[in-house]
Design a protein around this ligand. Structure first.
Ligand SMILES: [Zn+2]
Length: 338
């Protein structure tokens, strides 16, 4: 992490997981594009303006490490599968209730013929006024798990091919100035019998990477995951706790030297948290983890919330964190290095 030596952040840096609600006008613009009423140039301009707007919104609220809100991505697996050779789409499948997912199929050798997200990162890095942004990449295990495998011998072979592609992508982002990348693996513990090899697959992504790498795992069984904490080659684990009523916090004891991205905001509930509840959760986490190892974030991406509620939730998170910084300053903690 030498490259990040000079980047100072306030103690308990605040960040997001990745996605942010798309502005209403952007959703309308995307619709016009799909109807063929505007062209790609107009759509791209709208995406850029939306990124500028949600980055600024996070900065105004006081987020130390903003993201681009994943404005350009409809869905986290589809977005990557569309940009990797060897994937094909047969059409949407029903995933839960009335929600459909455009499930990709692997029908040939998968290849990365060009960069997937580098332009996206460069735009974000240009518009932010902060020293560091968080950039998110969907992890290889989740891409493999959410795809049909019609080409490779088995899921392990497929996942490891994807891991090598994601590793190339991360290294190219690193070469282009990324300082903090988060790999998203919501599927990681979905099949308990696969976690053993899935952890090796997820670690493949870290090869040759010296910038800060986080791993975000949500909707998951953390008791199972915690058995593998020692094997994870990541600098940070971003986990959800608010939605679970902060019940699993004691798994933090097993983190050793990995930082925690502490989920303190419930993204599945529209009611805005009490500041005191967020404060208490962070205080409780500090019983298990030293404050310089804690980053503060919502449980997961905010994209399913109304924008105004997402903003207010971040405000509460920042305000609770700032109060605790005051307490920590008296004990000599004020800054950390990224
Ligand atoms: Zn998540």
């Amino acid at each position: 992490m030498d490259a990040n030596r000079d980047i100072k952040l306030p103690i308990l840096p605040t960040t997001v997981i990745g996605s942010y609600p798309r502005p209403r006008w952007l959703r309308k613009t995307i619709k016009l594009y799909r109807q063929g009423r505007i062209g790609e140039k107009d759509l791209n301009e709208a995406f850029n303006d939306a990124v500028t707007s949600v980055v600024r919104e996070q900065e105004i609220v006081g987020i130390d490490i903003p993201s681009d809100g994943e404005m350009r991505r409809d869905e986290m697996v589809e977005y990557f599968a569309e940009r990797i050779e060897g994937f094909k789409f047969y059409g949407p499948v029903r995933v839960w209730g009335n929600n459909f997912f455009n499930k990709p199929a692997v029908v040939g050798e998968i290849k990365r013929t060009k960069s997937i997200t580098v332009d996206e990162f460069l735009y974000l890095n240009e518009v932010t006024t902060r020293d560091v942004v968080k950039f998110t990449i969907t992890g290889p295990y989740t891409i493999a798990d959410w795809s049909y495998n019609e080409y490779y011998r088995d899921k392990i072979e497929l996942a490891s091919k994807i891991a090598s592609i994601i590793n190339q992508e991360v290294r190219e982002l690193q070469d282009n100035g990324a300082k903090f990348i988060q790999i998203d693996e919501p599927a990681l513990t979905t099949h308990p019998e696969e976690v053993e090899w899935a952890v090796d697959i997820v670690n493949e992504v870290t090869k040759g990477v010296h910038i800060k790498l986080g791993l975000h795992v949500c909707y998951s069984d953390y008791i199972t995951l915690s058995k593998y904490f020692d094997r994870l080659k990541y600098d940070q684990l971003a986990l959800e706790f608010a939605n679970r009523g902060f019940r699993d916090l004691d798994i933090l004891k097993k983190l050793n030297d990995i930082e925690i991205g502490l989920g303190v905001i419930d993204v599945h509930n529209r009611s805005v948290e009490e500041e005191s509840r967020v404060e208490r959760a962070i205080e409780k986490a500090m019983k298990y983890v030293r404050p310089e190892k804690i980053y503060i974030n919502p449980d997961c991406g905010l994209k399913l919330l109304p924008r105004e509620i997402a903003r207010r939730k971040l405000q509460v998170m920042v305000s609770a964190t700032r109060r605790l910084r005051g307490v920590l300053a008296k004990k000599g903690y004020s800054y950390i290095v990224l």
